[in-house]
Design a binder for this molecule. Structure first.
Ligand code: ADP
Ligand code: MG
Ligand code: ZN
Length: 651
């Protein structure tokens, strides 16, 4: 009884409207105002404008040192504390206080010229050096116009670049166009291959890169070219980012880390500038590693979408392509990149000379899972009863990140009940939590509902137990979990299986429909509880017919497309790829197949009706049954665990 817990399909990213940077209307009036103020300031700079009468007073006291007589003004220097020679002896107190009114020291004065025929005589009398001047056009023009206009242009460029930088309010203005990656240079990542487990092939491939970074001369001497770009490809959480850090850590070289979305900037030209800048910096620090995480953010196929943002992305991508061509092999810069969407990458990125080497980082197998668990169990005290091998066997399909998460959950659980070490029980509980979501103790079911859920779950378990090729039942529970599961039956294979036979798939289908079959058998009416079962069964049946060629009627035609090779599993969204007529036939075949296994499931449950009754009674008593208990109840030995790819928790 479980709603779909698979991820909804990711909607295509809508391109945000592109805010064009226009010439703002306020800029012009503001600049005119500033210019006007400037003109005033310049002409008054260090110049005191005084009334003509005051000038005459200074002149009379002999304080005017020099004067330039222009057509409409007089400028020059005045020294106020220069005591006029003729009154040297008779400095009175009134004189002193009058002098104090004017500032002491020298200043440049300016005064408007008044019609004063005796001026020249007086100037001569006071022994002032004076000249007649025509207004200097050039210097005034330079100071008054060219300089402020120059400043304005500089300011303009500055402002527009800052805005184009698109950075948030905290971003430094001075890092315009500079690569953000610089901030993330790691001299030593501190991660080694020892911290990455379960991807031996990938490590082996990357060992060569490490070796090159350490001894480039050996490769140069023999004329071998190391790949410029290595692309790590794999599902989320398998340790791609971790591996890249480990390569840098092993080689002890600087590590430039940035994500594809760092590149995708809103303004044209800056993204490309970032790429250019990044490579510039990297070459300066060679040997080093540039790591672009989530490459698909910039590396998408060009020309698919139209719009300003994509325009920018394409420019950025182009720049990346150019840069990758631009640096020689063996300069010591190696570009690592990671993605889980290799299918959307631009073909040009993948051609030889660019990301010519692809390293697959897949979900770990049972050995790998055990190794990952061991890595993450470091520093966590484990109880004596803990068998990591068993946990690894019980977690097929888990990625490295899932396993790390499960171990952490176990540690949290242990800490919650004040345990000194992590027990097997904590780990089991943690794994279950990761698979099926946390327990929902607050979700209260009425006795009626509980009974129905119990019959439903036991129905799944019994049909599975009485089908030859089914995965062994690991646990039955009617404790609600996650966001929608009211109860669940967990079937766990021992190992990963890369091939499934038709009978195994048929048995799985039958098990999926067992819950509904039990409900129909026991109760007069069915409920909504089987929704998720039906959804999964239908998807599986359709897959068997469309992609595995397991239907006689449709034959070997492959009539569905898998959009992304790394997001397969329960949430694979297949796309139809066939004619209307075939589609109709497929629908009929799916229905026929499901009808058939449903009848078989009901037959099994009818034949083992007694078991259905008393296992349900036991389940209602204890709320959950583990595998061995279940098999003991029905008088079977717990079957040899077999191999299978996905942990199947049927609700
Ligand atoms: P992705 O492949 O999505 O980049 P990450 O490298 O970010 O995955 O992995 C996330 C976390 O999961 C890592 O920090 C690490 O703790 C854990 N992890 C994933 N894979 C492994 C692995 N193979 N060995 C050890 N830890 C792993
Ligand atoms: Mg990552
Ligand atoms: Zn169910």
């Amino acid at each position: 009884m479980k709603k779909d817990n698979s991820l909804p399909p990711v909607p295509p990213r809508k391109d945000a409207p592109f805010p064009q940077w226009r010439f703002p209307l306020w800029y012009l009036p503001l600049m005119i105002l500033i210019l006007w103020l400037w003109q005033g300031t310049v002409s008054q700079f260090a110049v005191r404008t005084i009334p003509y009468s005051e000038f005459k007073e200074h002149l009379a006291r002999g304080q005017v040192l020099e004067a330039s007589v222009k057509t409409d003004e007089i400028t020059g220097k005045i020294q106020t504390n220069a005591v006029p020679p003729e009154s040297k002896a008779a400095t009175t107190s009134t004189n002193a206080s009058a002098a104090a009114k004017w500032d002491r020291g020298k200043f440049i004065f300016r005064t408007i010229r008044v019609e004063d025929p005796k001026l020249v005589e007086e100037l001569q009398a006071a022994n002032v050096k004076f000249v007649g001047v025509r207004p200097s056009v050039m210097s005034q023009f330079l100071l008054g116009w060219i300089l402020p206009i120059g400043i304005m242009i500089a300011l303009w460029v500055f402002i527009s670049r800052k805005i184009a930088g698109g950075g948030g309010p905290g971003q430094s203005i001075l890092s315009i166009g500079k690569s953000k990656a610089r901030l993330a240079v790691d001299k030593d990542t501190g991660v080694t291959f020892g911290d990455v487990a379960g991807c031996e092939e990938a490590k082996f491939e990357l060992q060569e890169v490490v070796d090159f970074l350490k001894n480039p001369d050996r490769y140069k001497a023999i004329g071998a070219k190391i790949p410029k770009g290595v692309l790590l490809v794999g599902p989320p959480g398998t340790g791609k980012t971790l591996l890249a850090r480990a390569v840098a850590g092993e080689a002890k070289v600087p590590f430039f880390y940035l994500t594809g979305s760092d590149f995708v900037e809103m303004f044209v030209g800056v993204g490309a500038a970032r790429v250019r800048d990044l490579f510039q910096q990297a070459k300066g620090q060679a040997p080093c590693i540039i790591f672009i995480d989530e490459l698909d953010a910039i590396g998408r196929q060009r020309g698919v979408h139209i719009g300003a943002v994509n325009d920018e992305r394409e420019q950025t991508l182009n720049q990346l392509l150019v840069e990758m061509d631009g640096f020689e092999a063996n300069t010591g810069v190696i570009l690592l990149s990671a993605t889980n969407r290799p299918d959307v990458l631009d073909r040009a990125l993948l051609r030889p000379g660019r990301f010519d080497r692809q390293v697959i980082v897949d979900a770990p197998d049972v050995e790998g899972r055990e190794a990952v668990l061991k890595v993450h169990a470091r520093g966590k005290p484990l109880g004596n009863d803990v068998d990591l091998r068993r946990i690894a066997q019980a977690t097929p399909g888990f990625s490295g990140a899932d396993l790390a998460n499960a171990l952490n959950e176990a540690a949290l659980l242990a800490a919650r009940h004040q345990g000194k070490e992590i027990s097997e029980k904590d780990l089991e509980e943690a794994v279950e939590k990761v698979v099926a979501g946390p327990e929902r103790k607050s979700r209260r079911l009425t006795e009626d509902q509980k009974q129905r859920v119990a019959y439903h779950e036991v129905g799944h378990a019994l049909v599975a137990a009485h089908s030859e090729h089914s995965d062994p039942v690991h646990k039955i529970s009617i404790i609600p979990r996650g966001h929608a599961a009211l109860g669940y039956t967990m079937q766990l294979p021992t190992d990963d299986q890369y091939l499934l036979s038709r009978s195994e798939l048929m048995d799985r289908l039958r098990g999926l429909l067992g819950g509904r079959a039990a409900e129909e058998l026991v109760f007069p009416e069915v409920t909504t509880g089987a929704e998720n079962d039906l959804e999964r069964a239908t998807a599986l049946a359709r897959q068997m017919i469309c992609v595995y060629g397991m239907s006689d009627k449709i034959g070997l035609v492959h009539c569905a497309q898998r959009p992304n090779q790394f997001l397969i599993g329960a949430d694979a969204q297949f796309q139809r790829d066939c004619s209307e007529a075939t589609a109709r036939e497929i629908d009929q075949e799916v229905k026929k197949l499901l009808d058939r296994v449903y009848v078989e499931a009901k037959e099994i449950l009818t034949a083992f009706r007694q078991e259905l009754e008393f296992v349900t009674r036991e389940l209602l008593k204890s709320e959950s049954l583990d595998g061995p208990t279940f098999y003991r109840l029905i008088g079977k030995t717990s079957p040899e665990r077999r191999r299978d790819p996905v942990a199947a928790a049927i609700s």
